[in-house]
Design a protein around this ligand. Sequence first.
Ligand code: GLU
Length: 473
Amino acid sequence: MANLADENKFFADVCKNFDSAAQFTNHPEGLLNQIKTCNSVYRFQFPIRRGNGFEVIDAWRVEHSHHMSPTKGGIRYSEMVNEDEVMALAALMTYKCAIVNVPFGGAKGGIKINTKQYSVAELETITRRYTTELIKKNFIGPGIDVPAPDYGSGEREMSWIADTYMTMNPGQLDALGCVTGKPIALHGIRGRKEATGRGVAYAVRECVEVAEDMAKLGFKAGLGDKRVIVQGLGNVGYHSAKFLSEFGATIVGLCEFEGAIYNPDGLNVDEVFAHRKNTGSILDFPGATSFKNSMEGLEQDCDIIVPAALENQFTELNIRNIKAKIIAEGANGPTTPEAEAIFTEMGGIIIPDMYCNAGGVTVSYFEWLKNLSHVAFGRMENRYAANSNANLINTLENLTGKTILPEHRLMIVKGASEMELVNSGLEDTMIHSYHEIRETLMTKPGTKTLRTAAFVNSIDKIAVSYMNLGVWP
Ligand code: GLU
């Protein structure tokens, strides 16, 4: 977790990664600086009524890059939020969107509060006032800047934002596209909640499928024999663990604030989740070894580690203790550049945040499209596809005189639901982008890591957008 000494390091770290990659591109320095810089940093403070008095809340919205509109990125609710962090996260959003070909610039918001210390009514007041401040300065709108959930926020906060925006913009046809990650009842999209974790699982699966790369780590290809430790049982961590185990991996360790648990024979993620809910702690899960020090949990034997909590988890001080050979960054910025250099030297692979956790924004893009088109995916064609598939099967049965098994008929005939379309769009995006990044790593000598290769791809794509905008000759 970022501490005061690191307060101004995160954005610098993102820029450091950018600079390492920029040398493998051919763009003029001025253009590179334009891509790197944060276009707009809006810092504001507003009062809320608390008890018998008032409290002043610190908040930010940073739009990192306007090379595409709208800008996009979550709002973090945390007492650790600071301007440097929001700038860094906004920048990562720009590179992330470019990597997965989501046509947005990057943005991020921050509200400096410990959500546990506020009532639901106070959180609603804060969220609605935050939204109003954004509206006042033209920092929100379906074609301007579209927030989403991040650490400490979820569907509930997004519906308050949508409602506030719609109230202040009556009659605006596309108003619901002003925020994503909304509940389904408020025109959210199926699959958004689990999208980041599902995307992490696709990213890891894709990485371990490449036999040539796995052989260098002394691994066989595939998830079947992989032991995974996940840090964080929040939305991203929980879903990453759940889908990785569904795809065949064994979850051997889970880490949270209060400590960590480890069982080499595997942990049932849902049972651990229920245990934490019932007892208030991950510790003492039956059959597992408990560690009061969460960091100790990360240092246990495994093949893959998924940091899915906050930034700066792996530094030059602890990276050598990590047994995993693959780090899959579910969180944003969990590995410092210094730690990455050491880990790479040790022969490890890092699946970088800007690609690995891009599933969330990818499905946010689908939600935004749904809101702008005012129709759920699959609604127009679902029944049509089912009928024409049935006609095809009936014709084949008549021609061949054979009858297909009812369960096979059911599988073939049905049209795609919104959830199936979203998941298939997400899966395709994660597979395609992984190979795009890997291709750069293989073909551009000097790009030693997937992160550098991902940055090269991002920078190239953003540079093309600036040139198309006519900003650059
Ligand atoms: N907060 C998420 C992220 O860091 C999602 C952003 C979005 O959906 O716009 O990627």
